[in-house]
Design a protein around this ligand. Structure first.
Ligand SMILES: Cc1cc2nc3c(=O)[nH]c(=O)nc-3n(C[C@H](O)[C@H](O)[C@H](O)COP(=O)(O)OP(=O)(O)OC[C@H]3O[C@@H](n4cnc5c(N)ncnc54)[C@H](O)[C@@H]3O)c2cc1C
Length: 829
């Protein structure tokens, strides 16, 4: 057995096999795959093999689309037919809300170039008369996807991989990983049969590999333990049943092609044909998580006992939808472990805290995602970055606060939410509240409706007593919309208070800190006491993280970045600093996220509120422009609370971020609330803030800012200092401007705003997509931000936005359509 390789892939399911194939295809000629049992013996063998393109995420849709295209090419390459039946996919809607969901989804499909078509109930009936359509509103139809044989496609990828030089070693289990400083030493144990179980033998080898990828499926918890990290990848039971022949179907098929995969989302099920009968797959309630602490030796390519009672409702719904199947008996059943993560996205990318260790775990649509995951992960490993932003799949989107119980419970929730209405304003209830700042109870008592950000509870908006957030959700303007409007107006006209405690905060200090940050970020470093907005770039010149940097001392900095990305930012920062310490000197990094609370006070009256409680020898001038100019930081005292006050406002009004010791949060809250009373202080949530920042064209990390665009493409040249050298500079310049970030005012439908996923047209040509959307209180119409081709990215250009399946007028406006001269932010007093 070979013991030195460039890359070792652990796991021979669909995902690992595809990764090995694509690494070889990308040019790595020394790749080995280890599989503890047989290829496909994990979840892959019993998958139903559906390849749904439907997905609300831009990155995941790209991944799925690549798979669908790639699988079609495998037979020509390998001679193996993977049984890809391109039968199409019919998603039916029983309600108008479901149709609204499909229309929003269609926007994502359109921006990724995935074809779709809307059908009326009559059109469905005409094409597929066995389907009962009387209670349907319509359907969304994809003609390019279908289903495949999961084992066959894996074998075809394995053959393709071997043809490209990949070594596949079966019955070898990776049992330990050790990083030598230059390479991984992976201890592998020969697995043998014993009494029907697969058990380790005494035979072991150590394989040295420059890179390791784990794709261990249901064994993710064991893998995580061996690596000493956390992964919220825990399987849940998933069932499908195969029915005996349906004579009506057999008759229909004599002169008709196969039915598309028929999805009745409102009945939590999918149905497809199988040899004259039907397969029913369900996403039912109460499917339990399994193997929280590892897969037992006795569980190999096994299944669980079918639980028919659990899926009775969906079974009856199938008979309702396809009445001809009522008399078909049950032929076969499958209840297998399907790996999940709390948000349903797999964990793909670099492992936290480790060099050259890559994860590809937690796949619930692993057959659909395998091809694209292999392709994009190989790009990340071989070229350093993928052509799409993979952040939404990054393994570090869950921090160390995550536990087994959280993962298991959230994964069960994610499973039973597969077919709920995926409102863009959806908030899921399981495991909450978990991470709460001290003021949580006070906020809750005042009507806060919370969102879940990286485990934190963060107010989305405030509503009167008795208001039900769940019932207020919509694909159009939800019941909460009016409250967000009032909150946004309060900041523009009076004063508002936003809780921003979830922000990620790092202190970077030490003799190497200044030189390191100067190299690490693209803007000039601020002078002591001042702040700057800046970006850390990837090696490919795109945006990896956005920071507000506060310079606390000559070699001490306070870095504030997005709350959703603490572990993601921390890992990048730490790895870069460790790599550069030899060049720049000692750099100390502390994650102080949970030590500092943050309240943002903003609005023309914000200074008046603070003046009521600020303590200073000359309180009248302490917050004046002279003593506390815009874009500076001052240590002030608000009552008895020491505050690191930063004069910035994400809403574009006069305002301060009040960073305070977390243990004094309630004291500060009470001070602000009582001082604010006479000035009409209003509590404001994240939704209003998100709208307000678009009126100022402030880009947000995760929407406008990410690894698929450079800061120059984000049109932020004022935050890029081309006079200095910084990481990613040459690559950023070499990329040029492929598309450009713009702000648009939109004359949309009366009852809806864009969500930031919609396609943009110039005449008949699709020229880009929105990345953010919302309502502008200043302009009393919809607003959005997005990326368009540079040729049309000029203010005054009229575009169209696709919303609710219609095209609506929009105009590109100058950046910061509200208060372009920043007069409100700079207001003196
Ligand atoms: C009933 C059911 C129906 C499904 N239907 C669909 C569907 O229609 N469409 C779809 O896209 N998905 C479907 N899925 C999900 C799909 O099966 C999985 O997402 C997919 O198979 C995951 O592939 P994988 O390669 O990540 O994991 P697996 O197939 O589980 O492969 C992991 C492999 O790693 C090996 N391994 C683990 N640890 C080690 C180690 N330490 N050393 C060596 N080898 C190791 C295991 O033996 C295993 O072979 C379904 C799942 C179920 C249960």
């Amino acid at each position: 057995m070979k013991t030195h390789v460039k890359a070792l892939v652990v796991g021979g399911g669909a995902v690992g096999t595809s990764i090995a194939y694509h690494l070889a295809k990308a040019g790595w000629d020394d790749v080995m795959l280890l599989e503890r049992d047989e290829l496909t013996s994990g979840s892959t063998w019993h998958a139903a093999g559906l390849l749904p393109l439907f997905n609300m995420s831009f990155a995941t849709t790209h991944i799925h689309q690549y798979s669908v295209e790639f699988y079609k090419t495998l037979e020509a390459e390998t001679g193996l037919n993977a049984g890809f039946a391109v039968v199409g996919n019919l998603r039916m809607a029983q309600t108008q809300e479901r149709m609204d969901e499909y229309m929003l989804y269609a926007s994502t499909a359109e921006t990724c170039g995935v074809p779709y078509e809307f059908l009326t109930p009559d059109q469905i009936k005409e094409r597929w008369p066995l389907i009962r359509t009387g209670d349907l509103k319509g359907a969304l139809y994809h003609n390019t996807d279908g289903y495949i044989n999961p084992a066959d496609v894996t074998m075809a990828m394995a053959k393709g991989a071997r043809q490209r030089g990949v070594l596949i070693e079966r019955k070898w289990q990776a049992d330990a990983f050790h990083w030598t400083g230059e390479a991984w030493e992976v201890t592998a144990t020969k697995m043998v049969e014993k009494g029907g179980n697969l058990v380790p033998s005494n035979e072991q080898v150590v394989i040295t590999a420059e890179h390791v990828v784990t794709a261990s499926g249901n064994h993710a918890q064991r893998t995580a333990k061996m690596l000493g990290i956390k992964m919220p990848a825990i399987p849940v039971e998933h069932q499908f049943i195969v029915m005996e022949q349906d004579p009506a179907l057999v008759e229909f098929r004599k002169d008709h092609p196969e039915h598309p995969v028929i999805r009745d989302a409102d009945a939590q099920s999918y149905v497809r044909e199988e040899r004259g009968g039907w397969i029913l797959g369900v996403y039912e309630k109460n499917a339990p998580a399994r193997f929280e602490y590892g897969v037992p030796d006795s569980f190999r390519a096994d299944l669980f006992q079918l639980d028919l009672e659990r899926i009775e409702e969906q079974y009856l719904a199938m008979i309702h939808r396809i009445p001809s199947c009522e008399d078909s008996g049950l032929k076969d059943d499958f209840n297998g472990p399907i790996c999940y993560t709390p948000d349903g996205n797999p964990l793909v990318g670099p492992a936290p805290g480790m060099q050259n260790m890559w994860l590809a775990e937690g796949f619930s649509f692993g057959i659909t995602a395998a091809g694209g995951t292999g392709y994009y992960l190989a790009q990340m490993m071989v070229e350093g970055e993928a052509e799409i932003d993979m952040a939404s799949l990054d393994p570090k989107r869950y921090g160390d606060w995550m536990t087994t119980e959280f993962a298991a419970c959230k994964n069960e929730e994610c499973y039973d939410h597969v077919y709920i209405l995926h409102h863009p304003d959806e908030e899921r209830p399981a495991c909450r509240p978990l991470r709460t700042a001290p003021a949580y109870d006070r906020q809750k008592a005042l009507g806060a409706q919370f969102g879940f950000v990286n485990g934190w509870e963060r107010p989305n908006y405030y509503a009167p007593e008795g208001f039900n957030d769940h019932d207020s959700r919509s694909f159009r303007r939800g019941g909460w919309w009016q409250y967000a409007v009032e909150e946004a107006k309060a900041i523009r006209e009076g004063v508002g208070l936003v809780d921003a405690t979830a922000f990620t905060k790092h202190v970077v200090k030490g003799p190497g800190a200044t030189a390191f940050l100067d190299w690490f970020t693209c803007n000039k470093l601020p002078a002591v006491g001042r702040i700057n907005l800046t970006y850390a770039l990837t090696d490919h010149g795109t945006t990896r993280t956005e920071y507000t940097i506060v310079r606390l001392g000559q070699d001490e900095y306070y870095l504030v970045s997005a709350g959703a990305w603490t572990a993601y930012d921390a890992d990048f920062l730490r790895k870069a600093a460790a790599e550069k310490a030899a060049d720049f000197g000692y750099i100390e990094i502390q994650d102080v996220t949970t030590q500092w609370g943050v309240f943002a006070i903003a609005g023309p009256k914000s200074r008046d509120v603070l003046n009521e409680i600020v303590k200073d020898a000359d309180p009248a001038s302490v917050l004046s422009n002279k003593r506390f100019p815009w874009l500076t930081m001052r240590n002030i005292e608000l009552g008895m609370c020491p505050v690191r006050a930063v004069r910035v406002a994400y809403t574009g009004e006069l305002g301060w971020e009040l960073h305070h010791p977390i243990e004094m949060q309630n004291y500060l809250w009470d001070q602000l609330m009582s001082a604010g009373e006479k000035h009409g202080l209003k509590l404001v949530g994240a939704r209003a803030q998100n709208w307000l920042r678009q009126e100022k064209s402030y880009r947000a990390f995760g929407t406008e800012l990410g690894r698929d665009a450079t800061p120059l493409e984000a049109d932020l040249p004022r935050f890029v200092d081309l006079n200095k050298d910084f990481n990613g500079k040459a690559a950023m310049q070499a990329k040029g401007i492929r598309s450009k970030c713009v702000t648009l005012l939109i004359d949309g439908p009366e009852d809806a705003d864009p969500w930031g996923r919609e396609a943009l047209y110039h005449g008949d040509t699709r020229v880009g997509r929105l990345t953010s959307g919302g309502y502008s209180v200043a302009f009393e119409k919809s607003i959005g931000m997005g990326y368009v081709s540079p040729e049309v990215a000029t203010p005054g250009t009229r575009l169209k936005v696709r919303m609710l399946d219609q095209l609506w007028d929009a105009e590109i406006v100058e950046d910061s359509p509200y208060d372009p001269k920043n007069e409100a932010i700079r207001k003196d007093g």
